[in-house]
Design a protein around this ligand. Structure first.
Ligand SMILES: CCCC/C=C/CC(=O)SCCNC(=O)CCNC(=O)[C@H](O)C(C)(C)COP(=O)(O)OP(=O)(O)OC[C@H]1O[C@@H](n2cnc3c(N)ncnc32)[C@H](O)[C@@H]1OP(=O)(O)O
Length: 358
């Protein structure tokens, strides 16, 4: 499939978040592909021989000749994807339960055939910052390629995750709030898309309350184990928002439209037991034995033949993938409008000025 304009913009965002300098040669290639994709063949006068930097840039761009804009865009997206995946896979060190220091907001470990991605902003109830969205995508991409058989997502501290960090919307770029909404919609679509496409069994270990997007994406997991302390809350109407994470499609399918309405439109908070009765949660454990029981079970599952598990997941999920991507695109574009609404702006301001919690 050809890279779309949105893929291209998303790749541009990812370049800004690279942790390691990719080196001059790669930077020149990125520059040249960017110029070719946006302006076409090199149209700049050749810089003088002593203007080293501009001459190197000109050479790189000019070398692309008449490469079509679409091909340059695709090559740019592919190059960025190879940079981000090599950066993330270099963070997954083999061996026993070693912490991955390179992530600021996650702890990623790999042991006994299980890659564990743990949200790690306990003082913010594991709210997902813009950087954390990128880190989760990188960690999932690395986990999809590492030696583990299953991947587990969990939270550090008393919360599983309090959803989108509401302060994300205060970081307004030069293009203004419209540009911010556009960038956020692209990031949301990429983030949810990473879950839709994740190839191995993906399990949520919900150690405490879960809010917003951390709840909606559970419909894309293969199993959800919850402590009896966990709750499941999607207060979208209270925040002037609308559902994401494909929940507008997965929740009615999982629990029926009436129960999905109570959660997604009226913001009813479910206990772990209720979420289990409605099919969102696989099994609930007493908090006192939760970690022990769940990890014993997961270690047993991780020893099952990996290829068989992968293929079974494909058989179960693949028929739905195209639909899920379409739902994801639609939900992201609806939210792009919602973020600019008075209802949403007022609710966010009320939370940030400490006038309101959920
Ligand atoms: C690309 C983006 C797409 C995204 C779309 C997603 C939609 C969603 O996810 S909607 C859901 C958004 N989440 C919320 O509305 C939750 C807001 N938080 C709260 O209501 C409460 O903090 C919560 C009930 C979770 C916990 O309450 P308490 O137990 O009383 O703890 P505190 O409120 O004292 O929390 C500690 C500290 O963390 C900050 N915090 C918690 N959650 C968030 C959050 N989601 N965003 C930003 N900040 C958060 C909270 O403000 C406290 O900060 P300080 O007061 O500075 O200590």
């Amino acid at each position: 499939m050809r890279a779309s304009q949105e893929d291209f913009e998303s790749a541009m965002n990812q370049v800004k978040l690279l942790k390691k300098d990719p080196g001059n040669e790669v930077k020149l290639r990125l520059y040249a592909l960017y110029k070719q994709a946006t302006e076409g063949p090199c149209n700049m006068p050749k810089p003088g021989v002593f203007d080293f930097i501009n001459k190197a840039k000109w050479d790189a761009w000019n070398a692309l000749g008449s490469l079509p804009k679409e091909t340059a865009r695709q090559n740019y997206v592919d190059l960025v994807s190879s940079l981000t995946s090599s950066e993330s896979s270099s963070q997954v060190k083999p061996g026993a339960d070693r912490e991955q220091q390179e992530y600021e907001n996650l702890v990623v470990t790999s042991e006994d055939g299980i890659t564990k991605i743990m949200f790690n902003r306990p003082t913010r109830k594991n709210a997902i910052s813009t950087q954390m969205y990128q880190e989760i995508m990188l960690a999932l991409k690395a986990a999809s390629k590492d030696d583990s058989t299953i991947t587990v997502v969990t939270g550090n501290g008393d919360y599983y995750c309090s959803g989108n960090d509401l302060a994300n919307f205060t970081d307004i770029p030069p293009g203004g709030v419209e540009e911010k909404a556009k960038q956020s919609a692209i990031m949301l679509r990429d983030f949810v898309g990473t879950f839709i496409d994740f190839p191995k069994p993906l399990i949520a270990v919900v150690n405490g309350p879960a809010v917003g997007i951390s709840v909606t994406i559970l419909g894309l997991f293969d199993a959800v184990y919850a402590s009896d302390r966990a709750t499941f809350h999607t207060p979208f109407s209270h925040l002037g928002l609308s559902p994401e994470g494909c929940a507008s499609y997965t929740f009615p399918k999982i629990m029926g439209p009436a129960k999905a309405t109570e959660m997604l439109i009226f913001g009813k908070k479910l206990t772990a037991g209720e979420a289990c009765a409605q099919g969102l949660v696989t099994e609930v454990f007493p908090d006192s034995t939760f970690q022990k029981e769940v990890w014993t079970r997961l270690k047993a599952y991780s020893k099952l033949p990996p290829n068989s598990m992968r293929i079974s997941k494909q058989v179960i999920r693949n028929m739905e993938k195209e639909k899920l991507h379409a739902v994801n695109a639609e939900e992201s574009s609806v939210l792009q409008e919602r973020w600019l609404s008075d209802e949403c702006i007022n609710a966010t301001m009320n939370f940030l000025s400490k006038k309101a919690k959920l």
